[in-house]
Design a protein around this ligand. Structure first.
Ligand SMILES: [Zn+2]
Length: 676
């Protein structure tokens, strides 16, 4: 994935992707039973490579989809659960402060009896403060206080790299505060859109009733919350607009920001966070803040107070009594299709990963990641980067000036593998026996303080934006680096004992994918120093645009759920990274195979195993509501297209499986796209 340019980058990932690893030694990456031999590989390779698995794989009731990522996350979580349970047993006797934090955090989280007896009491102080707001000045001060304590309601605010000077960290204000998953959902006119808004309104009303409002007051309150959020959404950028980094670079003086939102005191806001010294900030979406300014000045104060009460309760709901947690799940399941709540241990484990990720990651890495794995990853990355360099030097469409700059950017690519060199210091985060929600709030405040401390300080090149057990990887355009957490560097994606084909198809293609983000339709706009700066000649930019346009046309033609087309503009960066990444990884595999004996394993050549491993790593099954929302809001295409899309462009794929012109997995020469 490409790291989102939002301020609040990380914590969503785990519920889907999640943590920790198992160190058994698999002898083979590929299970022949996963293949569906009734489907010819040249007709639909995804079906061929994953059909057997799909037939025997139900989606567990608590999930909206299931995939190879979930399977690995499940195994990782078993490791992490062991770490946390041991830490919980030793919490009061250990001398290791991080183990004590982990142990107390997990033990207090698992204390569901206490949560049940407390009801909404853990948020009572915050509710009292909101109830006491009498003026618009006090409203602004309350928003500032919530932000300072790590609760980003109303909008997002926090530290980020300066997009045009990646050596410094600045304060950024970005759109946020809208409860629906997507800005467009507030306006989507069809029945699906109406249902989403009705479900949301019901959810707001249910939460307000749980906070003690009468049914009539709760219904009226829900209407007003939806109306208020709709007003905010009017000024917000949609997802496509948010793919344009130039449009979101608006560095402004404090006075200019103040003029955008006269009813909100930025001086007071920054002071509440100890950021008096900040004299300029980036406003990602000025129109959103103009609208927010109007809403803060004009909407009834009671509407704002209802809005804050609801969002406070909605965020805390999983950790309050079961009535809150059940309502939280009931609403989430309207979007995910999940039929069962996640077991508490899994929620607790994900929360520990959010707030104590390095403490957990350090223990996880010790059991799940070896120097041998790191050495092999380094070798694969070396091979991939060498092939990339060759390709940049030889692609026919790029002129010499741009080529020189692209090679310069490639030469400064940084890499992080497995786990950070320096672990985060959690001293200052007090985790106490007793109320779990209090531990969450102290953790959120600690993290908010940590991030604020970065503003104006030298950039920490060692910082990671994903935790170690996470089953994912990323490219950061400001750091110009690729990052592979240990949680992802596990079977079935990668193992030091696997054959070359399996490892290059499984993780090599991901390395190629992440490197390619540096040269996709967004990443290409950043230079070797990680700065947003146009280094392309106009001709080369136009030729890149033509190639990207071909990728767009290819993916726009794919449909899911009958008539729903992929959003090929929204997924363009990921699709380009897939198309380029597999092709580069394949060539890197050829390099790695040089001078080695070619052996068949399970009857497959190394090339065939490369493609099988690639496809099996991307297999997934979905519930319909979740798939629909993924297609509408996600940046990744569903697995079938992440596999068939890139491979149908590759002559190497056709050669490996004996496919001929006219086969569905062979795109006509005129439509074939190869960027690198
Ligand atoms: Zn990606």
């Amino acid at each position: 994935m490409q790291l989102p340019r939002s301020v609040l980058a990380a914590p969503l990932a785990l519920a889907l992707l999640a943590a920790g690893a198992a160190a058994q030694t698999p002898t083979s990456a590929l299970n022949p039973a996963d293949v569906d031999t009734t489907c010819a590989p040249c007709r639909n390779f995804y079906r061929f490579a994953t059909g057997g698995w799909e037939k025997r794989t139900p989606i567990p009731p608590a999930f909206s989809s299931w995939s190879s990522f979930n399977e690995l996350a499940d195994r990782n979580q078993a490791v992490i659960r062991g770490i946390l349970e041991t830490a919980a047993r030793e919490a009061e006797s250990t001398a290791d402060p991080d183990r004590r934090r982990l142990g107390r955090f997990y033990a207090t989280c698992m204390d569901s009896a206490r949560a049940e007896s407390e009801g909404a009491a853990p948020i009572a102080d915050d509710l009292r403060r909101i109830a006491a707001v009498r003026t618009r000045e006090q409203l602004g001060a309350e928003i500032a206080r919530l932000h300072a304590s790590g609760l980003g309601l109303v909008f997002d605010g926090g530290a980020t790299r300066d997009d045009r000077d990646s050596r410094r960290t600045i304060f950024q204000a970005a759109q946020g505060g809208m409860g629906l998953r997507d800005r467009d959902f507030y306006f989507q006119a069809d029945s699906a859109g109406r249902k989403m808004r009705a479900d949301y309104r019901d959810h707001v009303a249910a939460m307000l009733r749980l906070l003690g409002d009468s049914p009539a007051a709760a219904s009226a309150g829900a209407e007003r919350v939806l109306a208020l959020e709709t007003a905010l959404a009017e000024g917000a950028m949609n997802r496509l607009q948010q793919r344009d980094p130039d449009a979101q670079y608006n560095l402004m003086s404090r006075e200019a920001v103040q003029a955008l939102t006269p009813a909100f005191s930025w001086a007071g806001y920054l002071r509440a966070q100890g950021l008096e010294r900040v004299d300029s900030l980036n406003v990602s979406q000025p129109a959103f803040f103009r609208g927010l300014g109007r809403a803060l000045a004009e909407r009834p104060l009671d509407d704002w107070k209802t809005y804050l009460r609801f969002h406070l309760a909605a965020r805390a709901a999983p950790w309050l009594s079961s009535a809150f947690a059940r309502q939280d799940f009931a609403y989430a399941s309207t979007l995910s299709g999940a039929r069962q709540m996640q077991p508490r241990w899994r929620l607790c484990l994900n929360r520990a990963d959010d707030l104590l990720g390095d403490a957990l990651g350090r223990e996880y890495a010790a059991v799940a990641f070896t120097p041998e794995a790191k050495a092999q990853m380094n070798e694969m990355i070396d091979n991939l980067l060498a092939v990339y360099g060759e390709r940049i030097r030889t692609v026919p469409w790029m002129g010499e000036e741009t080529r020189r700059q692209a090679l310069s950017k490639l030469s400064t690519f940084d890499r992080k593998i497995g786990y950070p060199e320096r672990w985060r210091d959690y001293s200052g985060y007090e985790v106490e026996p007793g109320s779990f929600y209090a531990n969450v709030r102290r953790g959120q405040a600690f993290e908010a303080r940590r991030k604020r401390g970065q503003i104006g300080a030298p950039v920490d090149r060692g910082e990671w934006f994903m935790t170690v057990p996470t089953v994912n990887a990323y490219y950061s355009s400001n750091a110009n680096e690729i990052v592979f957490p240990a949680g992802r560097l596990q079977s079935p994606f990668f193992h030091p004992a696997y054959d070359v084909g399996a490892n290059y198809g499984g993780i090599g293609a991901t390395i190629g994918h992440e490197v390619s983000h540096g040269f996709d339709d967004q990443g290409r706009k950043y230079d070797a120093q990680g700065n947003l700066r146009d280094w392309w000649t106009a001709d080369d930019a136009a030729r890149f645009g033509e190639l990207a346009g071909r990728v767009e046309r290819q993916y726009a033609a794919y449909t899911v759920l009958d008539s729903l087309h992929l959003n090929a503009k929204q997924t363009m960066g990921e699709n380009i990274a897939d198309v380029a990444g597999v092709a580069i990884a394949f060539q890197a595999m050829q390099r790695a195979l040089q001078g080695k004996p070619r052996v068949l394993i399970d009857g497959y050549t190394p090339e065939q195993r490369f493609f099988l491993a690639y496809a099996q790593a991307r297999r997934q099954v979905w519930r319909d509501p979740a798939l629909r929302i993924q297609v509408q809001t996600g940046v990744h295409s569903p697995g079938e297209f992440r596999v068939n899309g890139p491979l149908a462009n590759m002559p190497e794929f056709a050669a490996a499986w004996g496919c001929k012109a006219g086969d569905p997995m062979v795109r006509p020469d005129a439509e074939r796209v190869r960027i690198w």
